[in-house]
Design a protein around this ligand. Structure first.
Ligand code: HEM
Ligand SMILES: *[C@@H]1O[C@H](CO)[C@@H](O)[C@H](O)[C@H]1NC(C)=O
Ligand SMILES: *[C@@H]1O[C@H](CO)[C@@H](O)[C@H](O)[C@H]1NC(C)=O
Length: 469
């Protein structure tokens, strides 16, 4: 008797468990299909026969589904494995579906690290991407990250030795560069295959006109080195160090400039419609964004993007001083009669020259088209904007971020391309906006002594843009 009761309890228990499991499944795991989604056969639920048919005659079933629904542009629910159901889309929805992942929700991205990787990649393409071996490094995250880390280490090392008294410099400078030195050694293993390949090509005298001879910064450096400083050019270690200096030039300030520029574009969009104006210019000048669209003439014609870039450097240059020079001999006397001592350093305060209220209306306002308005007002008959002295690459007392004169940054012509390509690519492929907590205002940059840094940990939101057509 007791035995029987126990067995009954067991069955009841199992029964209750199954009911609970079924209820949970129904409540939480069952997909509720909308009422306007037809099921094949038109029944409110699939008969066992229909389900069975999927497992035994999917080919025939699908033929009917195809003829009755897909070909007619209708979406339909069909049985799937076991008791699962699947929605079948009509063939005509293929293009619509392809666009879907691109319409995913907004995604928050950490702006600085993202831009740094992009810039490192673009800069590497310029520096040593002229051969297949070099081009591989453009996609090697380990290499790119190592280059960026070394650039950071160089800033710390330079800051530490620069700030220390001359007497202590040999000690503090050395301490400050321990990490950079170790990392540069680490970079050698990435660099070695490209370096050896390039030296071999130059030493074995591949003709300059040979199509296989890469044309990039590294090749120029090595060609010059082999003729002027052979020992150095033939040392992997020395050339790795030179590569790091080149990387510093091409990666560090460019990333900062792009971060500032994107923040300024979003910040000014409400008032100036910056994004649409730039999109229009890109569409008009480089068309559908093919690589072949990027000629020097076209880049120069992007007056509005140019203005956005120049206005960004005007307000948000990383360095607040320009034309920093060291006095290397006695006897230099300034116009106001000051004899400059040998070893002293002179410079100009670029930040205040670039924000002087006597020269610039509303000097602290980011006015994206400040320069293009002036230039378009001076257009010639062919529609070419005037005032080339107000272009991004043109330096002078009102544009000192690249310094001025004989040693002005030669990289600015490359930066000019990079910035406009970033504007074109980002704005043509993405919508961008601030996080809601910024309240529509870009977070302020930070001063660190005389350097002006983009806001720490700044984020933006991006969403893939739906392409027209
Ligand atoms: C927005 C980005 C950049 C800014 C703001 C910038 C700024 C500067 C400044 C202020 C100087 C010092 C010039 C002087 O002392 O007169 C300089 C020098 C230099 N920059 Fe740039 N730079 C940028 C990007 C680049 C890039 C991308 C490259 C290389 C691909 C580069 C290569 C160089 C070189 C080689 C020098 C030394 C020129 C010389 O001493 O004659 N720079 N840059
Ligand atoms: C498709 O249409 C035919 C003809 O109306 C019908 O007999 C058949 O059951 C339909 N099949 C499905 C899967 O809807
Ligand atoms: C550019 O040139 C114009 C006319 O030649 C002059 O009025 C203007 O001040 C110059 N601007 C700069 C930034 O040099």
């Amino acid at each position: 008797m007791a035995e029987l009761a126990l067995r009954e309890y067991l069955w009841v228990g199992i029964g209750v468990l199954l009911i609970v499991a079924w209820a949970v499944q129904q409540l939480f795991f069952t997909i509720r299909y909308p009422s306007n989604l037809p099921r094949i056969g038109g029944e409110p639920r699939f008969s066992l026969r229909t389900r069975w048919r999927f497992h035994t005659d999917a080919r025939g079933l699908f033929k009917e589904v195809y003829d009755n629904y897909s070909k007619k542009g209708k979406t339909v629910l069909v049985p799937g494995y076991g008791f699962h159901d699947d929605i079948i889309l009509p063939a005509s929805a293929l293009r619509w579906l392809q666009r879907q992942p691109e319409r995913l929700a907004w995604k928050d991205i950490d702006l600085t690290p993202t831009i740094r990787m992009i810039v490192a990649q673009a800069a590497t393409r310029f520096t040593l991407g002229g051969s297949p071996t070099g081009r591989k490094l453009c996609y090697d995250k380990g290499y790119l990250k190592a280059c960026l880390d070394i650039s950071d280490a160089l800033v710390i090392s330079a800051g530490l030795s620069g700030a220390s008294p001359k007497l202590l410099r040999p000690i503090l400078g050395r301490l400050g560069s321990i990490s950079a030195k170790r990392q540069i050694r680490g970079l050698e293993k990435y660099f070695e295959p490209v370096y050896r390949e390039r030296i071999r090509m130059l030493e074995e005298g591949v003709a300059e006109s040979d199509a296989k001879m890469p044309e990039d910064h590294l090749q120029m450096m090595l060609r010059f080195g082999l003729s002027e400083r052979r020992d150095e050019a033939l040392s992997l270690h020395d050339m790795t160090k030179r590569l790091c200096i080149a990387n510093f030039g091409s990666m560090h300030q460019t990333s900062i400039q792009i971060v500032n520029m994107l923040l300024n574009i979003i910040d000014s969009d409400e008032e100036f419609d910056t994004v649409s104006v730039l999109r229009e210019e890109v569409a008009q000048i480089v068309g559908d964004n093919k690589a072949s669209g990027w000629t020097k003439a076209r880049v120069a014609a992007m007056t509005r993007a140019d203005s956005v870039a120049r206005e960004t450097l005007r307000l948000h240059s990383f360095t607040s001083r320009g034309v920093v020079r060291k006095v290397v001999s006695d006897g230099v006397v300034t116009e106001d009669g000051i004899a400059l001592p040998k070893g002293s350093s002179v410079s100009f305060i670029a930040y205040w020259l670039q924000t002087d209220g006597d020269v610039f209306e509303n000097p602290f306002k980011f006015d994206p088209f400040r320069f293009s308005r002036a230039r378009e007002a001076e257009m010639d008959e062919q529609g070419k904007p005037g005032l080339a002295n107000m272009s991004f690459v043109s330096t002078g007392t009102q544009n000192l971020a690249f310094s001025h004169g004989k040693h002005a940054c030669p990289g600015r012509f490359l930066v000019d391309f990079e910035l406009k390509m970033v504007i074109a690519y980002v704005l043509m492929n993405y919508d961008i906006e601030f996080l809601p907590e910024y309240n529509g205002k870009r977070p302020e940059n930070r001063w660190l002594a005389d350097a002006y840094f983009p806001p720490k940990d700044v984020k933006i939101r991006v969403r893939r843009k739906e392409r027209a057509g």
